[in-house]
Design a protein around this ligand. Structure first.
Ligand code: S3P
Length: 181
C-alpha cells in the first residue's frame, strides 16, 4: 500500500485548545461516513476520570503516558481494521515527539485547525475543564511555544468560523477519496 492510500485512511485534527477539533471531527466523520475517535474521550473512558481529575490526581506526566498509550491503541486498531477514521487529538498531543513519530509511521494526515489567539481566549475563558488554561499570560505563552510544532502539520485550515465551514475547507483539501476539491 502506498503512503498516499494509508494517509487517506487516518486523518488527525490538531490545534490549540478551543480550536474546534472535537466538533469538527464529529461533523466531518459524519459527512464522510468514517469512524470518529476523540482521543481525550478515549483517555477519560480508559481511566474513568475526567481530564482535570487526571491532571490533579495523577499529574501531567501520567496524563501524557496515558495519552500515548491510547493513541497507540487507536493507531493499531485503525491499522488492523483498515476502517477510515478521523481522530481529534488533544491540543498537546503532537508536542510529544513519540506521538508525532507514531502518526508519521502509519502515514496519518495531520490537519492543523488554526485559530487566532484572541478567538481561542474568548472560547476558552468560560470553560473550566482545561487544566492547562490557567491565565491569559500562560495561555499566550503556551500558544507561542506550540506554534512551530503545529506548523509541521500537513495541512492548515482556518477554524475561526462555524464548524460546518471548517468541515467544507477540510473536504476541499482533496485528500478524501470520492470527494472532489
Ligand atoms: C491539552 C488539551 C486538552 C487535553 C488536555 C491537555 C493540551 O485537549 O488533552 O487538557 O495540552 O493542550 P483540547 O485541546 O481538546 O482542549
Amino acid at each position: 500500500m502506498t503512503t498516499e492510500n494509508r494517509t487517506r485512511k487516518l486523518v488527525c485534527l490538531t490545534g490549540f485548545m478551543g480550536s474546534g477539533k472535537s466538533t469538527t471531527a464529529r461533523i466531518l466523520a459524519g459527512q464522510l461516513g468514517w469512524v470518529n475517535t476523540d482521543l481525550d474521550r478515549c483517555i477519560t473512558e480508559a481511566t474513568h476520570l475526567s481530564i482535570p481529575e487526571i491532571f490533579s490526581r495523577l499529574g501531567e506526566a501520567e496524563f501524557r503516558r496515558i495519552e500515548y498509550e491510547q493513541l497507540a491503541r487507536i493507531v493499531a486498531e485503525s491499522t488492523a481494521t483498515q476502517k477510515p477514521r478521523i481522530v481529534s487529538l488533544g491540543g498537546g498531543t503532537i508536542m510529544q515527539s513519540q506521538n508525532l513519530v507514531l502518526l508519521r509511521e502509519v502515514g496519518a494526515a495531520l490537519i492543523w485547525l488554526h485559530c487566532p489567539i484572541e478567538e481561542l481566549l474568548n472560547r476558552c475563558a468560560h470553560i473550566t475543564d482545561r487544566p492547562l488554561f490557567r491565565d491569559e499570560t500562560s495561555f499566550r505563552r503556551l500558544y507561542a511555544e506550540r506554534l512551530p510544532t503545529y506548523e509541521m502539520s500537513d495541512y492548515k485550515v482556518e477554524s475561526r468560523g462555524e464548524p460546518a465551514r471548517v468541515v467544507e475547507q477540510i473536504l476541499a483539501l482533496g485528500i478524501f477519496p470520492g470527494v472532489t476539491a
